[in-house]
Write a protein that binds this ligand. Sequence first.
Ligand code: ADP
Ligand code: MG
Length: 683
Amino acid sequence: ERPRILDDEEGGVLFYNAAPASSSGYGHASMEKQRQRLPVFKYRTAILYLVETHATTIVVGETGSGKTTQIPQYLKEAGWAEGGRVIGCTQPRRLAVQSVASRVAEEMGVKLGEEVGYTIRFEDVTTAGVTSIKFLTDGVLLREMMDDPLLMKYSVIMVDEAHERSLSTDILLGLLKKVQKRRPELRVVISSATIEAKTMADFFRGRKRRGSDNDVQGPNTEPAILSVEGRGFNVHVHYLEEPVSDYVRATVSTILSINERERMGDILVFLTGQDDIEAATQMLNDETHHNARKSSGLIILPLYSGLPRGDQDLIFSPTPRGKRKVVLSTNIAETSLTLEGIVYVVDSGFSKQRFYNPVTDIENLVVAPISKASARQRAGRAGRVRPGKCYRLYTEEYFLNEMATEGIPEMQRTNLVSCVIQLKALGIDNILGFDWPASPSPEAMIRALEILYSLGILDDDAKLTSPIGFQVAEIPLDPMVAKMIISSHELGCSEEIITIAAVLSIQSIWASVWGSQKQLDEAKLRFAAAEGDHVTFLNVYKGFLQSGKSSQWCQRNFVNYHAMKKVIEVRDQLKRVALRLGLSLKSCDRDLQVLRKAVTAGFFANACRLEPYSHNGMYKTVRTSQEVYIHPSSVLFRVNPKWIIYHALVSTDRQYARNVISIEPSWLTEIAPHFYNSKERAL
Ligand code: ADP
Ligand code: MG
């Protein structure tokens, strides 16, 4: 029985479950008290009993009830980490992994990286033999399965935030179901903020029992479901009378009006990404100069993945007296992280989502409307400490009649290239027959197989090729990037390509300069290469090294210092991976042609040709004749070489190609004859 979630369809008032107020930063005794005040604490015995007796336990509970931080500790206290075994807890987001791990280490009074550690791609903060509670992204756990398919070192895997239905979570759930058949002693805990538990339970129940199974001493294979009830505060929901066209501006004016009219309490704002968040921050800062009264007492804090660690800590530190925190966040604060002290929520109604069209083979990260389920989660963030308010920047009519009830699982809206290769590497050959929690579209699957075949990663029987296919699977990057690295070894430019791959794995190496675009463009010209962005990145990297990795150099050149430090780290890791795979590192010095060929070897599927007679720089993809334009952030913007290859598309009013390099068309048929077949002979 979950009586406290009243439906918002009825009145203007929502009731949410929420944890009682707590604060952090006190001694250990009071930390212990805080832990006991969390709603999940009342269920400690029940959870431990269910995990003991059931192979799979599903725990549903509102965000902030203590699922992520407490359950792994309960399991450890109950002995699940004895004998060197590890309790693993997966998260879809890297930032959540870091943040939750450091919180749990703090609660246990241990040093992060010892008993409690975490692993995200390119960052391992664990100690073998010592770490017994390990937080990791679901993607990293999938990678670990390549070396350890039955996850032998783990006693329990907690798959957290399962309601998000990320691609890796869904793959992981499918695989765990298989692993449990071979290792009945492995326990799986699935935790979720919303009541999709039944779907999950049906999924895990769907296993066939052979008669003999019942004789084996082991846990009940029927999944158990436990629902954690919390204490709730009302959240009053406000809607707009009329829709707005600029939600960033609307966000800013809503924040200012809350600050003017409402009593103290922090504000959590949901925007879509770093760009939005920076724009809003800038507008709020401008306001401080022009109209100090309206914005007095505001402490503006951005929250998005890729944020430097120091800034993350500010988010969790208590608000000074007389001040009001404004946290401008992506949907990471929707369920993954809980911030104390939030009383007001401003919901833009949007988030960035990945969408893939198998017909055009184009994947986009687009700003798209959220679902009702998300809108409810967002509003719920306001009711943790006391009754709160949620300002939705859309109309009630829109909420009721147009918003989708639930989001679409990522599995059904992304390109499946990485997913296929990971399953293949785990020896799962019949991918269409794999037991998915949500089935992927056959078209997307076929596209993925086709691309992997043309990259030389799969053979005619759809098996991984040796050595290329197996090597690609070992590289923790998109298969197209991995293929580019492997080709660079043959072409003798792996030193450079590894640098490029490291830069491409980072959102942007340029300093964010909302409002000073012109200076940034001028700074870029100092590094710009006629061949395109990839070569430009090499120039920046060289300059950074020559400066002695100086932060002043970065500042002068509009380069993001933190991003460059990350590039160096990632590059080191990639170098290690390459050496392990037997790829020697060679530099091509100034031979940019081989470098461009290596990029082509990975990304030939993204080739575009400038439309003849195009006056506005319109390109069409060679494969499917989609319209594409070079992104204004590219050094080739307005240069418009005849043939280009892009690394990714972003879609706003148009499809924009980001990170672009110019190529020769003859390379396409030379490098990818299977892909560019007779139809494109006109090349
Ligand atoms: P759930 O997983 O159910 O959403 P969590 O275990 O993440 O809940 O959070 C439980 C409590 O721990 C919350 O009250 C939250 O405020 C607190 N908490 C979590 N992380 C931190 C942190 N980094 N700093 C301070 N408090 C935190
Ligand atoms: Mg959680």
